[in-house]
Design a protein around this ligand. Structure first.
Ligand SMILES: Nc1ncnc2c1ncn2[C@@H]1O[C@H](COP(=O)(O)OP(=O)(O)OP(=O)(O)O)[C@@H](O)[C@H]1O
Length: 376
């Protein structure tokens, strides 16, 4: 697509050269999806003004961490054209943009109207590090350039207030007697059952009532404009999880597992549950997969290597990545400053960021194929 802003003053040679630039950009292979831009819904815009070629690529997932790589790829692909008449002597200014695809959700309440995609983070069983992963993935999306909210729907142990360093006893503001205002932490809009529970209430929220409570908290929070709302689901694959998946129009689900056989079997149940309700599984995260010895740095697959990968392959889902069992991940989460917020360029943070890009890229590709899924 050629920007027609200045087209009337462009010579036919210049117009042709700019079209060549657009074509060269269209052939670039997106490092995250592995697809040439031409085969995706990426938008390419090219314009020219006073010795500068302006080129922009808009992707459907946030990708700020790869902006430098894109710049190099674009400059290299366009160089042959930039070195030839009529562009020789001009400069190429390249910009990478992001625009999340919206999920059509006519049944959504007004509070969710500004939310483009809801993504669930789930696990087949408890204790695999689902909440830690959900929080770090949400922060990773912020680091990549998205507006993100997170709903802690873990009724059995809402750990988010602690993990995000929200002071005990902080309660969300209530507007018009029925809307919660999310609490901001580390650049995220957050809402948790933990903000509403007191020592006496947990029992009331659990069990059969929980599904309704979650539904209510999801719909009664004024999320505002968000690219992604991450829902940290309760562990397991029972009725509560199913209800939430059916009632909210989910753009996709991410499943967290550890590499042990039993956890993997439970993760398979998770994949099957989402498939049953036609929610696309965006991928599997393998957590606590490798142990690094804190004194000698030796790395070991304590539960055996490749379990998550094999499972992902045999179920036709994407393996988003593996996280090590790392003292830093636990300590940072437990002290209210999760890894990606504490050190966005550490090795572990880069893994979370790559996984976040890949998962949202999957959601983008899914949004392209055919009709939106709507379950009521
Ligand atoms: N990769 C990791 N390395 C080290 N510790 C981790 C890692 N991931 C999570 N943990 C730690 O494991 C514990 C359990 O994690 P978390 O609360 O995220 O699990 P969960 O699956 O959400 O649990 P539940 O289902 O009980 O809510 C926490 O103390 C957390 O800090």
């Amino acid at each position: 697509m050629t920007d027609d802003h200045h087209e009337h003053d462009l010579s036919p040679e210049l117009t042709e050269a700019l079209e060549g630039i657009a074509e060269a950009l269209g052939r670039l292979v997106d490092p995250v999806t592995g697809m040439p831009l031409d085969e995706t819904e990426a938008e390419i815009e090219v314009g020219y003004d006073d010795g500068t070629v302006f080129a922009g690529v808009t992707l459907g997932y946030p990708c700020g961490g790869l902006a430098g790589q894109w710049e190099e790829m674009a400059q290299e692909a366009c160089r042959p054209l930039m070195e030839k008449a009529p562009l020789v002597g001009s400069e190429l200014q390249f910009d990478l943009f992001f625009e999340a695809a919206g999920t059509e959700a006519p049944d959504h309440s007004e509070t969710l109207a500004g939310v483009k995609q809801i993504i669930a983070v789930a696990s087949g069983k408890g204790g695999v590090g689902k909440s830690t992963t959900a929080v770090n993935l949400a922060l990773a999306l912020v680091a990549e350039g998205a507006r993100v909210g997170i709903l802690d729907a873990d009724i059995y142990g809402p750990s988010m207030p602690l993990m995000l360093g929200v002071k005990e006893g902080t309660r969300p503001e209530v507007e018009e007697q029925k809307f919660f205002v999310p609490i901001e932490a580390h650049g995220l809009k957050t809402m948790s059952l933990g903000y509403l529970m007191t020592e006496d209430t947990p029992a009331v929220w659990r069990g059969p009532m929980a599904g309704g409570a979650l539904q209510q908290i999801l719909g009664q929070t004024r999320w505002g404009d968000l690219d992604y709302l991450i829902v940290d689901m309760p562990p397991g694959t029972g009725d509560i999880q199913l209800t939430l998946s059916q009632k909210a129009t989910l753009a996709g689900a991410i499943i967290v597992t550890t590499p042990q056989d039993l956890a993997l079997l439970d993760a398979i149940k998770g994949v099957e549950m989402f498939r049953k309700v036609e929610v696309p599984v965006l991928g599997i995260v393998e957590n606590m997969a490798i142990h690094t010895c804190s004194s000698c740095g030796h790395k070991e697959h304590i539960f055996g290597a490749g379990g998550g990968e094999k499972m992902a392959e045999s179920y036709g889902v994407c393996m988003l990545g593996s996280l090590p069992l790392a003292m830093s991940i636990r300590e940072q989460a437990d002290s209210g400053n999760p890894t990606v917020a504490a050190d966005p360029d550490s090795d572990e943070s880069l893994i979370y960021r790559a996984m976040a890009r890949r998962a949202t890229a999957e959601a983008w590709l899914n949004a392209d194929d055919g009709p939106e899924i709507e379950i009521v």
